[in-house]
Design a protein around this ligand. Structure first.
Ligand code: S3P
Length: 225
């Protein structure tokens, strides 16, 4: 049994061991469970869950389908960029579920990577097809065969989603298991970030000390000349 499995067996409900200084964002294709998992993750972390599509709908007073239909995808993407910027630069930390295309926009991707810990929920196409077939609220899937569209989107988007800080392979299993996996990986990620921060600080301190010493030496030399 490897270390992770042993830990999970010992403590099935892991807790976050480090303070979160950033919001969390969930990225992934339509049907990957960003909202379902996001709501549960937020509850476990005592944070608020916000869904970017829902916020866009509120701001535009139209559903996502209506925005696509009336104004086109480009306008939707502009609204998405604005809304996500607002949500992740505000004071309070949130768990943000993003629309599947949000992370593909270079500006939004840059902002998400800077201001949030980005988690990619990676799910195979069969499951995406099964889950998305339950609702007809996704305009991109109304344009043809949903399996073919989703397959094409995996090819276009997976190389970009890879830039996420954390990747979670989430399948058919219970939602709580996915949430536990996220918390384990968050702990690992935050531990590494903490070490990096401590190293940066130590380097900075050493540099300041060196500069102060140099300044002292120069002042001594000036006084003695
Ligand atoms: C889209 C995904 C949708 C929604 C819009 C476009 C996409 O969100 O933003 O229909 O480009 O993948 P979900 O991923 O939450 O379904």
């Amino acid at each position: 049994m490897n270390n992770l499995k042993r830990k999970i067996k010992k403590n099935p409900e892991p807790r976050l061991r480090y303070p979160l200084r950033k919001s969390i964002s969930l990225v992934g294709l339509m049907g990957s469970g960003k909202t379902t998992i996001g709501v549960r993750l937020a509850r476990r972390l005592n944070m608020k869950f916000v869904d970017s599509d829902h916020e866009i709908e509120l701001a535009a007073s139209h559903t996502v389908s209506e925005i696509f239909e009336k104004f086109g995808e480009e306008d939707f993407r502009k609204g998405e960029r604005r809304v996500i910027k607002r949500l992740i630069t505000q004071e309070s930390k949130i768990v943000l579920g993003t629309g599947g295309g949000a992370f593909m926009d270079p500006k939004t991707r840059g902002r998400l990577k800077r201001h949030t810990i980005v988690i990619w929920l990676k799910v195979d196409v069969d499951l995406l097809v099964e889950r998305t077939s339950k609702r007809d609220t996704r305009p991109l899937l109304q344009k043809g065969n949903p399996r073919k569209i989703l397959q094409k989107l995996t090819e276009e988007r997976y190389p970009v989603y890879k830039e996420a800080h954390i990747v979670i392979e989430s399948g058919q299993g219970p939602h709580d298991k996915v949430v536990n996996d996220i918390i384990w990986k968050l702990n690992k990620y935050l531990a590494i970030e903490k070490k990096k921060y401590q190293k940066r600080m130590a380097r900075k301190k050493a540099m300041m000390k060196r500069n102060a010493e140099k300044k002292g030496e120069k002042e001594n030399a000036d006084n003695n000349s």
